[in-house]
Design a binder for this molecule. Structure first.
Ligand code: G3I
Length: 350
């Protein structure tokens, strides 16, 4: 409809514009949803591939871009498994989030044995140059560093111990972000970490350290675009909704986005009956995502797997009653659970 002068004069235009604005808000893209997937499940399970294609905007190779997968030895790279997932994601027009360019854990033995700063820098820079260059324009966001904040940080010991930290000290973070930014200036660069959600001092300190690291990078003009909240939520622990919101808001003030990168619910201490557990998990997901969105709209909501068929939680947080864990949005038959509904509703929040 064209707006005539008469409409303006009659005041109709403002009503129309308001309606238009409302329509725009309604049409505003949902917060992208995604999932991580590991190669063995991806290959063996056609139903999983269908669900990934149907539900996800973003796909994350769960383990295939880690050093352990890419670097069987110091001389070469092995991209086969990562490429299989990435090709599927591209064919289905999904965004690809890369996990991860630097992690102190799950390294091949040869990397753990690096014993000089010079060697650590050479190996790290070559790795990031090679991997980020190979996927430039394909991987749209990278967990540049994963879990560099100490589990229980203090002012004198803010960093987690790793071969990288032992050899390079705090500048491992600068080096990783600088290299990633140089090689792929178009990728969103993410500082990814866990335990930002609980109402305790350790968690509050972890959030402060994340903010401190972001400011440190910004002071040095090193790009950092987002903080990744892994969000492996504990079903038996209360959430620090205010703390989460304040954290996300403060990052927003610094011009830094947030991304929910590994959402799932650790249900080992939750009630047994499935319906009751699923309901509580849905409520926890709602409360968590509302707290994030209140602080700022996340770039994506990514779960660490799609269906309860496959999750690290089955191995790491076994229930005493022997019941299977139900940590993810779809059940073992790929039926959506309340957690999926909670995510779908959150994606629509303004
Ligand atoms: O591929 C081998 C297989 O050949 C072998 O038969 C089997 C025997 O256990 O192991 C398989 O590899 C395992 C792989 O998962 C696939 O199942 C590795 O041992 C195991 O260490 C690996 O664990 C992954 C872990 O990271 C370490 O890389 C989990 O799947 C993955 O969910 C977990 O993800 C981490 C994030 O990267 C960082 N944040 C925490 C999150 C959960 O721990």
């Amino acid at each position: 409809m064209t707006l005539t002068r008469r409409m303006f004069a009659l005041g109709t235009a403002s009503t129309l514009l308001t309606a238009e604005a409302a329509a725009q808000v309604a049409a505003r893209a949902l917060i992208p949803f995604g999932s991580a997937v590991m190669i063995s499940d991806f290959r063996s399970d056609a139903a999983l591939r269908d669900q990934l294609a149907r539900l996800c905007d973003v796909i994350v190779p769960m383990n295939e871009l880690k050093w352990q997968s890419l670097r069987p030895n110091a001389e070469s790279f092995s991209f086969k498994d990562a490429d299989e997932i990435i090709q599927f994601a591209r064919r289905n027009r999904k965004a690809i989030h890369g996990h991860t360019l630097l992690w102190g854990d799950f390294l091949p033995d040869w990397a753990r044995q690096i014993n000089s700063a010079r060697e650590a820098e050479r190996v790290l820079v070559t790795h990031i140059e090679t991997v980020a260059a190979k996927y430039a324009g394909v991987v749209s966001s990278w967990d540049v560093v994963n879990e560099v904040i100490a589990h229980e940080p203090t002012a004198d010991k803010p960093f987690r111990d790793s071969v990288w930290f032992r050899q390079l000290g705090p500048r491992l973070v600068d080096l990783a972000f600088q290299t990633a930014a140089r090689v792929d200036p178009s990728a969103r660069l993410v500082l990814n970490d866990y335990d930002f959600e609980n109402p305790d001092e350790r968690t509050a300190e972890r959030r402060r350290q994340a903010l401190r690291l972001v400011r440190h990078l910004q002071d040095r003009k090193i790009p950092v675009h987002e903080v990744g909240l892994q969000a492996h939520l504990y079903g038996e622990k209360p959430l620090d909704a205010r703390g989460i919101t304040a954290f996300c808001r403060e990052l927003g003030r610094l011009g830094v986005g947030v991304r929910v990168t590994e959402l799932d619910v650790i249900d080992w201490k939750m009630p047994g009956p499935a319906a009751q557990r699923d309901k509580l998990i849905g409520e926890l997901t709602t409360a968590f995502l509302a707290a994030v969105i209140e602080g700022q709209r996340p770039q994506a909501i990514i779960t660490w797997g799609l269906s309860d068929r496959s999750s690290w939680i089955h191995d790491v947080f076994k229930r005493q009653d022997g019941l299977r864990a139900r940590p993810l949005p779809l059940d073992e038959a790929y039926r959506p659970k309340p957690m999926m509904a909670a995510i779908e509703a959150a994606r629509r929040l303004p």
